[in-house]
Design a protein around this ligand. Structure first.
Ligand code: GLY
Ligand code: MN
Ligand code: MN
Length: 436
């Protein structure tokens, strides 16, 4: 991503914060895995969105109209020893020369410098409750300023959520963001195809997971956007299954929900296919229902349609299908009203996708479900899950879990399926699996 893109975002956010106010946003912290080992660092998405700065121990400050510079970055000072042990880091100079900060200060001096910056500001925009240390300091500084009111210093009178501004911006993807999302989806698609091709009875789920990671990493996606779900047989009925340690049985379906991250942008793709390469008749019938719901709901995507209307259509189609197949009985309207479908289809049709897999942005605006607009990216992921002990249905359906998930960009005229490269019809899947 070019620095110019980050600069434009800061300009935009600065205009919304407005003169006389201040905005603050902290980086993600390092998190300990065990003893002196950290988890791999992942920058906070909001912080990265505005700064492009990929280090912990940093805080970005926005002061619209400040004469000495409006964008200030507090970060770690350059340290030769750190360079030797951990490698390159920006330091104060890098913050201004490479990351476009007008001014930079050591993060260790934050408590000396920042209180002066919030003095006489009206509103403080910041992500409340995200960094408890910052929450605590901020209230302390504000209280301290209040006590100085007789000297003519004013304390800020309002704390405002910065997320509201940022998340609305993040909901609409720019051309540069879409380039990264397309890349994430295309490489993740290759990983799904690899999984289909290498799948064999008797392998373990984690061996398939390894193939997925191999494909992502060797194509330059160094991290998964979320822990991969590789769920065979009845494991697919556990929605967030991540144990991935069962052996693939010859009659099992395999549900894989996996996506890589490309420069902080996620793909989120699910495919479900038979371990043996051939769907059984019962698997075929349920799969075809989920596929038809997915295709029909994707087809509805265009600017101006309410996202919830698409979800409602998925509920109706699922309910009709479940009645046809005999998993539910009764009147369609009553089954929908009583939410009987939820026994088999218990999650929503999809979600926003972006830097975070369950991306930010309001789904309702002034209590109305939001309509789709060009530049938004959603997942469409209907699923059916028949619990293994579900004794209200015939035995042949039990323990089957199916989800099909694609990543869809809303365009001016309709939609673009970013993850279109992974096959999903029964014929295509059976063909690709038999190629080996
Ligand atoms: N992979 C998480 C989801 O599909 O929502
Ligand atoms: Mn998913
Ligand atoms: Mn999803």
């Amino acid at each position: 991503m070019q620095q110019l893109e980050f600069e434009q975002r800061r300009k935009n956010v600065m205009a919304q914060i407005g003169q006389g106010n201040i905005g603050l946003i902290p980086s993600a912290p390092e998190r300990i895995r065990n003893r002196d080992i950290d988890y791999p660092f992942r920058q906070d998405s909001d912080f990265y969105y505005l700064t492009g700065f990929n280090e912990s121990g940093a805080l970005a400050v926005f002061i619209p109209g400040r004469e000495q510079g409006q964008y200030i970055l507090f970060c770690r000072e350059f340290d030769e020893k750190k360079k030797l042990w951990e490698g390159a880091h920006s330091g104060l100079e890098g913050a201004t020369t490479h990351y476009g900060a007008d001014d930079s200060f050591p993060i260790d001096d934050l408590t000396d410098i920042l209180p002066g910056m919030i003095e006489n500001k009206g509103k403080v925009y910041y992500p409340m409750g995200r960094d408890s240390e910052l929450d605590h300091h901020l209230l302390e500084w504000i209280n301290h300023l209040k006590m100085q009111s007789r000297t003519g210093i004013n304390a800020p009178s309002e704390l405002v959520s910065l997320e509201h501004i940022l998340h609305e911006m993040r909901l609409f993807k720019s051309a540069a963001e879409l380039k990264l999302m397309r890349k994430a989806a295309q490489i993740s698609a290759k990983a799904h195809i690899r999984a289909m091709k290498c799948c064999k009875v008797g392998m373990y789920e984690y061996q398939i997971e390894a193939e997925i990671i191999h494909e992502l990493m060797s194509n330059g996606l160094r991290a998964v956007a979320y822990p991969s779900i590789v769920a065979s047989g009845k494991n697919a009925c556990i929605l967030h299954y991540v144990n991935n340690d069962s052996k693939l049985g010859k009659n099992d379906l395999l549900l894989i929900d996996a996506g890589g991250e490309c420069e902080h942008y996620a793909a989120d793709i699910t495919r479900t296919f038979p371990v043996s390469g051939k769907f059984s008749p019962a698997q075929k019938q349920l799969y075809q229902l989920v596929l038809e719901v997915q295709l029909a709901t994707i087809e509805m995507i265009k600017p101006g349609i309410a996202w919830n209307d698409i979800h409602q259509r998925s509920i109706r189609m699922m309910t009709i299908g479940l009645v046809k197949l005999g998993l539910l009985t009764g009147s369609i309207d009553k089954l929908i009203k009583d939410e009987k479908y939820k026994k088999f289809y218990m999650h929503r049709l999809g979600h926003w996708l972006g830097m975070d897999v369950h991306d930010v942005g309001d789904y309702k605006v002034e209590e109305e479900w939001r309509v789709l607009e060009p530049g938004m990216v959603v997942t469409v992921e209907p699923g059916l899950y028949v619990q293994p002990d579900c004794d209200t249905v015939a035995a042949k359906w039990r323990g089957i879990g199916i989800r099909i998930e694609d990543d869809i960009l809303v365009t001016k005229k309709g939609y673009e399926v970013l993850s279109a490269d992974v096959p999903k019809t029964i014929v295509e899947i059976e063909r690709i699996m038999q190629e080996n």
